[in-house]
Design a binder for this molecule. Structure first.
Ligand SMILES: Cc1ncc(COP(=O)(O)O)c(C=O)c1O
Length: 358
């Protein structure tokens, strides 16, 4: 079976963990600070605050931005539930809007149409590793005095107009879940536009304390351990190389797949292919995916149900592009451990299913 995703954990990661275990300093400490400092290079110098998951990063950034009950935050519905959960957990209302069907990312025109006097922020997602249309989103945010919080959970090192994602708004958030382009085991990072915002995130991460037992705000415990940070640092040193391989693999797939819709990349964007997602039209998507699995090619459907329709939200929004994408997408192997012969098998299997009877 050719796996759909494969975390790469080697001796370097094992030695890093061993180093922390030997030091006896397991909780948040020098490894976390070093990880934050090193990550800041990939968000154009934004101040970084490491936390225990991408979900915590989203939630804390919203709280730090003072998003609360009575506010509205515009989000896509074609995403992982955490994007909207984090908004709902602040007491604010997620307002779901449609996507651009070419990119699967939030549609700027739909954002503009959804703005009300209660709107406080836009939370675009850089889905699958492709930057959202940040020039237009920035323009809308400036015109309407809205904050931008980027959900960059899937998009480490992606750029738009030469700028890293996570450095367009007041904050960006990243995930280091094992299947992401880099991992720390579990973990997340908040990139912050200002020192003040970073300080608030640090307070929120640690029960609202900077000085011990002098809690300044009501906070969480969302600290990252030094064990996780040590793994993250090793992976960060490799992620540029892994990203290049993902992009080469994507090029090969672009050039050789037929009978399916391959990813469209917007001008001036660098896609980092967390997922390589095809659209199958004129086929039953679930049968197509099952057939791939039967023939040994792992795959995933991200996401089969629009977030607003999940039982946890159960809301009515008319989002035709989202509904269509949920029925047609399949993410196929693109990860850096694939061999050339595995890539060729992926192409052969997909082309043969897509073009059967043609
Ligand atoms: C778009 C998106 N947002 C948020 C998250 C949440 O990240 P985590 O799983 O690290 O909490 C994920 C990852 O699972 C994601 O894909």
């Amino acid at each position: 079976m050719i796996s759909a995703a494969k975390p790469i954990i080697g001796d370097d990661e094992r030695q890093a963990v061993e180093r922390v275990l030997k030091s006896g300093m397991l909780a948040q400490g020098p490894e976390v600070s070093a990880f934050e400092e090193e990550f800041s290079k990939y968000v154009n110098g934004y101040k970084c605050v490491a936390v225990n998951s991408g979900t915590s990063a989203l939630h804390m950034a919203l709280v730090a931005a003072d998003i609360k009950a009575g506010d509205e935050v515009i989000v896509p519905s074609f995403t992982f539930a955490a994007t909207a959960n984090s908004v709902a957990l602040t007491g604010a209302t997620p307002v779901f809007v449609d996507i651009d069907p070419r990119t699967f990312n939030i549609d700027p025109a739909a954002i503009e149409a959804a703005i009300t006097p209660k709107t406080k922020a836009i939370q675009p997602v850089h889905l699958y590793g492709q930057p959202a249309q940040m020039d237009k989103i920035l323009e809308i945010a400036i015109k309407n005095n809205l904050l931008i919080l980027e959900d960059a959970a899937q998009a480490h090192l992606a750029t738009f107009n030469g700028k890293y994602v996570g450095s367009f708004g007041i904050a960006g958030t990243f995930s280091f879940y094992p299947t992401k382009n880099m991992t720390s085991g579990e973990g997340g990072m908040i990139s912050c536009a200002t020192d003040e915002f970073a300080r608030m995130c640090r307070l929120l991460r640690n029960q609202g304390m900077e000085k011990r037992y002098e809690n300044e705000v009501v906070g969480f415990n969302t600290r990252m351990t030094d064990i996780h940070a040590a793994i993250g640092r090793v992976q960060l040193a490799k992620v540029e190389e892994w990203t290049k391989i993902r992009q080469q693999n994507a090029n090969f797939l672009d050039e050789n797949l037929s009978g399916v819709v391959t990813p469209y990349v917007i001008p001036n964007a660098v896609h980092v292919y967390h997922q390589y997602t095809i659209r199958v039209r004129g086929h039953d998507r679930d049968k197509f995916a099952d057939e791939m699995t039967k023939r040994g090619v792992g795959n995933g459907v991200y996401y089969p149900i629009p977030v607003h329709q999940l039982p946890s939200f159960n809301l009515k929004f008319d989002l035709p592009n989202t509904t269509a994408a949920c029925k047609e997408v399949i993410s196929i192997p693109v990860h850096p451990s694939l061999t050339q012969s595995e890539l060729e098998t992926v192409v052969e299997v997909i082309n043969s299913i897509a073009n059967a009877g043609a």
